[in-house]
Design a binder for this molecule. Structure first.
Ligand SMILES: [Zn+2]
Ligand SMILES: [Zn+2]
Length: 213
């Protein structure tokens, strides 16, 4: 058997917020993680089953409602533990209040995350390693997962745009500093797999994103 060229990545745009959930997996062992399980947990879990993946962890870039609506269902279906940066616990624990704010009443508070993310931490999907980068500004506990030419960047930067900073804990100066320090320091060809919208690259956003000029 020859070694795989890299981890597998599947994007699942879903829900009323058109949020991108990502499955990252080892093509050989089929070990997988779910990044940001959004609203349509049924579709996410069907994709997991279709590709015969075994989910070992749920990683959260941050805890805004659109990125965590599927956490409880995906956790119950897979038994996988949840990883979150502690600075976003306030948002995670306030899921019912976030629901009320965005017109989705009746949500229950999820069980606390099993594990904390921290800057510089190394996360594993089978043999594949991803580094955690802390990128506050859109949300205080926002992180990106970087490895193998890919950056799962959540709501920090998008094609031609950046994350909003008007929600509680948001800070525009901090966001711009995070983007400069943790995202634009990556090689130009790095794929940015964002929390919403089409994928882009570091180089494209460095050159063409109107918010970064
Ligand atoms: Zn967000
Ligand atoms: Zn979002």
């Amino acid at each position: 058997m020859t070694a795989a060229a890299g981890p597998g990545v599947i994007g699942i745009p879903n829900g009323s917020f058109a949020q991108n959930c990502w499955l990252v997996f080892d093509p050989v062992s089929r070990e997988a993680v779910i990044i940001d399980p959004g609203e349509e947990h049924g579709r996410i879990l069907a994709t997991v089953a279709e590709h015969r993946l075994t989910v070992g962890a749920i990683w959260l870039t941050h805890a805004h409602i659109d990125h965590i609506l599927g956490v409880t269902a995906c956790r119950e279906a897979t038994g996988a533990p949840v990883w979150l940066h502690p600075d976003d616990r306030r948002w995670f624990d306030a899921l019912p209040q976030q629901g009320a704010m965005f017109g989705i009443p009746g949500l229950t508070q999820p069980a606390p995350p099993e594990h904390q993310l921290a800057a510089g931490q190394e996360m594993a999907v089978g043999p594949w390693r991803f580094a955690v980068r802390h990128v506050p500004g859109h949300a205080p506990g926002h992180v990106a997962f970087v490895g193998h030419g890919v950056c799962f960047s959540g709501d920090v930067v998008f094609q031609d745009s950046i994350g909003r900073t008007d929600l509680a804990g948001g800070d525009l100066d901090q966001l711009m500093a995070s983007i400069q320090r943790e995202i634009l320091s990556l090689p130009d060809e790095t794929r940015l797999l964002t929390g919403h919208g089409p994928e882009t690259t570091v180089g494209r956003e460095r050159r063409r994103n109107p918010f970064l000029q």
